[in-house]
Design a protein around this ligand. Structure first.
Ligand code: CA
Length: 227
């Protein structure tokens, strides 16, 4: 999943980013309200973690503005201890949940999971392409009923590809969604992961699902891919 963290305290932002990356998410950081609002509108995120007190524009303003502009991405607001009024204002502005600072990372993670679960439940319960199945809830992947064991990053890549079947996915797009916005599209990391994935998902099966489109990127499809 792709997550935006808007937090001006760099130490906190990096702590959150690092932890979420370890869970297999792609994480972008913004360090003030204007930048955060901008990124939230131009990129598609699955979740936004939004600090309340931010330079340039506070979290409440950011949240109501992106909601006005039709961004429905779930927002987890970070508020100061005991500021009940802030929580109410945050929820009124369109936040989905809030977490009081300071928090332990496990608690943040639990909220993140709950919000992402809501999103993916609303999207599709189980992703299927031919006999390949991926359950975003349990993170279980099977092909022809046989379990496939994936690393966190391989899973993230496969989930992204299965959410976008029959579409040409450029390295840049994959990089932005599965890694983060600082991903270097010139690196061969994606090719390496796709080849790992292909070994686990396609090897030994009659119908290949993952295709390389020369000069364009990759496609996951159960149909005949474009030449
Ligand atoms: Ca702050």
């Amino acid at each position: 999943m792709k997550i935006l963290v808007v937090e001006d305290e760099q130490r906190v932002a990096q702590f959150i980013q690092k932890g979420l990356k370890e869970e297999g998410h792609a994480v972008d950081c913004a360090y003030d309200g204007e930048e955060g609002g901008f990124l939230a509108e131009v990129n598609e995120y699955d979740l936004i973690i939004l600090d309340l007190m931010l330079p340039k524009k506070n979290g409440i303003a950011v949240c109501s503005e992106i909601r006005e502009r039709g961004v429905g991405t779930p927002v987890l607001m970070l508020t100061a201890r005991d500021a009940v009024e802030d929580k109410v204002r945050g929820l009124d502005a369109g936040a989905d949940d809030y977490l009081t600072k300071p928090f332990v990372f496990e608690e943040l993670l639990a909220r993140v999971r709950a919000l992402l679960r809501r999103t993916s439940e609303a999207k599709t319960p189980i992703l299927k392409v031919a006999d390949l199945e991926l359950d975003p809830m349990s993170r279980r992947v099977t092909r022809g009923g046989k379990a496939i064991r994936l690393t966190t990053k391989e899973y993230g890549l496969l989930e992204y590809m299965m959410r976008n079947p029959d579409r040409v996915l450029s390295r840049t797009r994959i990089g932005e969604h599965v890694w983060d916005m600082n991903f270097d599209p010139e690196s061969n990391v994606i090719d390496v992961y796709v080849s790992h994935l292909r070994n686990k998902v396609d090897k030994g099966f009659e119908l290949p699902l993952i295709y390389t489109l020369r000069g364009q990127g990759y496609m996951l499809t159960s149909d005949t891919p474009p030449a």
